[in-house]
Write a protein that binds this ligand. Sequence first.
Ligand code: ATP
Length: 356
Amino acid sequence: MVSVLVERLEKVFPPNTYALRDVSVEIRDGEFLVVLGPSGSGKTTFIRCIAGLETPTKGRILFGDEPVVDVEKGVFVPPAKRNVGMVFQNWALYPHMKVFDNIAFPLKIKKLPRHEIQRRVKEVAEALEIAHLLDRYPRQLSGGQQQRVAIARALVKEPQVLLMDEPFSNLDARLRISAREFVKGLQRKLKITTILVTHDQHDAYALADRLMVINNGEVQQIGTTDEVLNNPANLFVAQFFGDPPINVVEGEGRGEYVDLGDLKIPVKAPEGKLQVGIRPTDVYVAEAPLSPNDVALPPARVKLVEYLGFTPIAVVTWGKTELRAVAYGKAAEGGTVKVFLKPEGVKLFRDGKRIR
Ligand code: ATP
């Protein structure tokens, strides 16, 4: 296995689309990095640069101590020589080949002896629990099975680095959960350095050792999922990562508190306009505070109750000010409830930048 170092990577598609700007990150040996960003943020371009399917316009990438691209020095190791396994979004299986031949394909290209190919395909197919499907064609498989074939084909070369581009997006919600568990278990077992790109924050939450959030080709934040969730670098990250989504309300800093119009939030804040971010888990409906540091807000009206999975989320209002709050206590639509705030969870932003 190997670490992957990406330094000041830039990719400009002519005439002037900056798909990546000054991207730097180190993926440690055996680490699982998830790259999360909205559509068009540069995720696919990033992973393709690592695979060697795209040539960056600036920067360098090292596998361990070996540069695989260094734009300044004119180094470019072609994809076949990079020893990476790649799983594509559409899995890209060959429809006219049986599962065995699909998996064996990278080894046949390498011209490995027949018995060696037989052994390695069987081994990887057993690990992925698809050994009984080797005689079928891709069209005779379920989505989850096809995905495992695609992963098997990526792993059969015993790559140093595993790259996955939205591998779950063709799976339904149930299969996606089991596929995530499977990929995570496999990655832990093989300890293979893995980079997975996705626009789905639930993939990131379930899989990432560390998360890199990207937008407009620029890194917004790199950290563990907890760090990114609890300590978002800016408003974009706060709004993009977190379920249920964070409350963001325009307010006015007043020194000792923030004025939201019909509600005062008791946290210190510099004077002037700002945006207040409070996760629905940091403001809650209950009979009594859950922890001694939590503060009571004035009673609120319940506008409506939604569900996140099986967790009720109350939309509570004070005049025109409205927040989504996890409901631990009873919250009936139209009723009045006690609401508590975790002051340490209140995040303040000015012009999108985090100031508290
Ligand atoms: P999605 O989630 O929609 O796949 P993404 O985050 O993977 O998006 P990229 O596919 O990396 O984003 O694209 C980043 C930017 O680069 C986009 O603005 C896209 O239009 C542009 N782009 C990607 N490939 C090319 C290309 N071959 N030629 C020109 N522009 C491109």
